[in-house]
Design a protein around this ligand. Sequence first.
Ligand code: ARG
Length: 400
Amino acid sequence: MTTRAVLAYSGGLDTSVAVRWMGEELGTEVVAVAVDVGQGGDFEAIRRRALAAGAVEAVVVDARAEYAEDFVTPALRANARYEGKYPLVSSLSRPLIVKHLVAAARKHGAGAVAHGCTGKGNDQVRFEVATGALAPDLEVLAPVRGWGLTREESIDYAERHGIPVTVTKASPYSIDQNLWGRTIECGILEDPWQSPPEEVYETTIPTATEACELVLGFDQGVPVSIDGRSLPLHELVEEVTRVVGSYGWGRIDMVENRRVGIKSREIYECPGSLALLMAHADLEDLTLERDLAHEKARLEPRYAELVYDGLWFSPLKAALDAFVDESQRHVSGEVRLRCEVPGRCIVAGRRSPVGLYDYDLATYEAADRFRHADAEGFVRLWGLGTRTWAARQGVPEAEA
Ligand code: ARG
């Protein structure tokens, strides 16, 4: 049995109990690693809590900028939404957390990586598959999956062992949050017929009272500015989240297919990511040539599936990234987002110095460069096959 493990530590009940439990039941020393991917919270307090729970070492990694640049960016450029809806919030952060767990395992001489996921979810898949891809020699420990404690028993265990956890009025919901959005599961939400109670929402509470506009600047598919102000991506996403969320826009209520074969009811709050995905896709409409746009749209669902399924570090994902990179060379320009009360956010305009929209070609207003005579021959040849077929077949009866 491994004597030292690196644990993905959130500061919550399960991972706090896991620190002690791994020591007692598995004889494993625990190095707790908390990765800041924009979930908010007091990381110094989280670090102290890990040590109080019995960790031999507790490390905090501020990975917000890295998350934005290396994980959010490729997903945004790929317009990645699982089952056409979910912008992959949790799915995107797990491979980054694993990257830092593996680095910490190397640094602290650990032989295993541990996580606090249950056996019913996708996150265990992402942690373990990504660990296998980056460090096939490391063992994986999943204490929470193995111990079979109910929530009450965990609270009890924490109390008996003097583990400081702040479960006051135990929230019935399971929540995961990062820069790209917020996920809410469990409690009454497990009945897909029930409307989500307002209390589950946090980042999409409608408070705005008047309409506003945001001009988002993109450079090669990456958002770089708001109203002409350049911002690092993680700050830009935070700002868009704040503004768009204040209109109560950006909620998703869906029944989703988990990798492990379970259908689950999910509530997501993703004002920032959904607004940026909408703006990005709109700018692509203006800047991508037709065949490239259509082929990209065919690959996007596959890309989202790979990320969802824990295959961030995989050969197909790498190949698709190369395709997406190439596709984004000219996705530069500006998108004007308009937010209105209540609950509305739309693209109100777009422009690009390298756009393919040509007013002279598109307009019906005036004499132009379009050679109308070319259309006649083109359309005749385009329909030639159909005409030949119709002559052989005879015209279908219903139409004759
Ligand atoms: N269903 C979503 C996903 O699989 C959300 C998971 C949230 N994770 C959590 N530990 N609460 O990505």
